[in-house]
Design a protein around this ligand. Structure first.
Ligand SMILES: *[C@@H]1O[C@H](CO)[C@@H](O)[C@H](O)[C@H]1NC(C)=O
Ligand SMILES: *[C@@H]1O[C@H](CO)[C@@H](O)[C@H](O)[C@H]1NC(C)=O
Ligand SMILES: *[C@@H]1O[C@H](CO)[C@@H](O)[C@H](O)[C@H]1NC(C)=O
Ligand SMILES: *[C@@H]1O[C@H](CO)[C@@H](O)[C@H](O)[C@H]1NC(C)=O
Length: 348
């Protein structure tokens, strides 16, 4: 805590110092110097950074907008996040992936109004994401906090950021429910929440007007059925709900997902027959239904899936023989139908 206040004090001083020097560029230089003072730099990559520099643009690891000469892109540093970053009002892309950053993220990061991309993936950051982070998100398009130690709930406010297209919170320790309004984030194209401690039922979807292309909820503890609303996400290409505790049968609305290439439902508790409409999901290339409790005959509509390459139905309770129509799936690689109650051969 002490350290944090120290850094904050510097932050308030910096603008005053900056104004008394060169009013524009030195804001950025000072911000970077404050940032540097606050991090560890074992490889000495920032040694050459000097507060006497007129412009931040020649500093190692810093990219500037060629027109304004203001810092806007690309850091590749190691150490700890410092408050100095908050001086970089023109920063558009903050990329501090694959470092050893610790500590938490502050609300003020979201308040950098030009920031479009935050990539803090593969660090050791922890704590919660501040509740108001997404209500004050400026022009944020993409945020990756993947592979850190963030915890707590994912704020309901996530859907308050209209510009947000990509959220990658994979491999953290987020817990609790998915925000109930998550599907109303109309700009959201990609949601990756792989490998956390999320639970409860998935919120019901809204029909239509959703831009989601990719959803990955793999390796959490979601329960209940897949909501009917999933059929409203007409642009979905990849759906990975594997390694959860989902159950029931597949909602009929899923047949509307005509663009979906990849459907992974592995290792859940889905049951009942695989519906005939599966043949309507014409774009499917990968279908993994393994490790569930599906039963009955496998539907012969499978033959309509001309793009299908990978089919894994192992570890279910399918009976009867596999449909002859499967010979129409010309791209199908050897399928895995092991550990079922099937008879006969794989049609070929
Ligand atoms: C992170 O820190 C550990 C120990 O301090 C070090 O061994 C490792 O190389 C560091 N990783 C990176 C990416 O800097
Ligand atoms: C999320 O981040 C992880 C780690 O950087 C990466 O492997 C994964 O592909 C990302 N997910 C998406 C949907 O881009
Ligand atoms: C953000 O989330 C907090 C806590 O959930 C809530 O009290 C607050 O009203 C939310 N802000 C907005 C703008 O929705
Ligand atoms: C099919 O799924 C099972 C269970 O999830 C897995 O162990 C097996 O490796 C998969 N088969 C193929 C060919 O990928």
């Amino acid at each position: 805590m002490k350290r944090l206040f120290g850094a904050l004090a510097l932050l308030f001083l910096a603008p005053i110092l900056a104004r008394s020097l060169n009013p524009s560029l030195n804001d950025d230089v000072l911000g970077l110097i404050v940032f540097k003072a606050d991090i560890q730099d074992p490889e000495g990559r920032l040694v050459s950074w000097n507060e006497e520099d007129d412009s931040p643009c020649n500093l190692n690891g810093v990219k500037c907008n060629p027109r304004s000469n203001r810092v806007f892109d690309g850091f590749s540093l190691s150490g700890k996040i410092g408050r100095g970053l908050l001086q970089l009002h023109f920063l558009r892309k903050l990329s501090l992936a694959k470092n050893n950053l610790t500590g938490s993220i502050s609300l003020s990061l979201a308040q950098l109004t030009n920031l479009r991309v935050i990539d803090l993936s593969e660090n050791s950051l922890s704590g919660t994401v501040p509740d108001d982070f997404f209500t004050q998100c400026g022009s944020l398009r993409s945020i990756s906090l993947a592979n850190n130690k963030f915890s707590g709930q994912i704020s309901e406010n996530l859907s308050s950021c209209p510009t947000l297209a990509s959220v990658n919170f994979s491999s953290n320790q987020f817990s609790g429910l998915l925000p109930s309004g998550i599907w109303s984030s109309h700009g959201l194209r990609s949601l990756d929440l792989f490998d956390s401690l999320l639970e409860g039922e998935m919120p019901k979807g809204l029909e239509g007007s959703n831009n989601l292309r990719t959803i990955n909820l793999r390796k959490n503890q979601f329960t209940g059925q897949i909501p009917d609303g999933i059929g409203g996400f007409l642009l979905l290409r990849s759906v990975d709900l594997s390694e959860n505790l989902l159950s029931g049968s597949l909602p009929n609305t899923m047949q509307k997902l005509k663009l979906c290439n990849d459907l992974n439902l592995r290792k859940n508790s889905f049951m009942g027959e695989v519906p005939q409409w599966i043949g309507e999901m014409r774009s499917l290339e990968t279908l993994d239904l393994s490790e569930n409790s599906f039963s009955g005959q496998f539907p012969n509509s499978i033959g309509k899936l001309k793009s299908l390459k990978v089919l894994n139905i192992s570890m279910n309770a399918f009976t009867g023989s596999l449909p002859e129509s499967m010979i129409n799936c010309e791209n199908l690689l050897p399928l895995d139908a092991s550990q079922n109650l099937l008879t006969g051969n794989v049609p070929s």
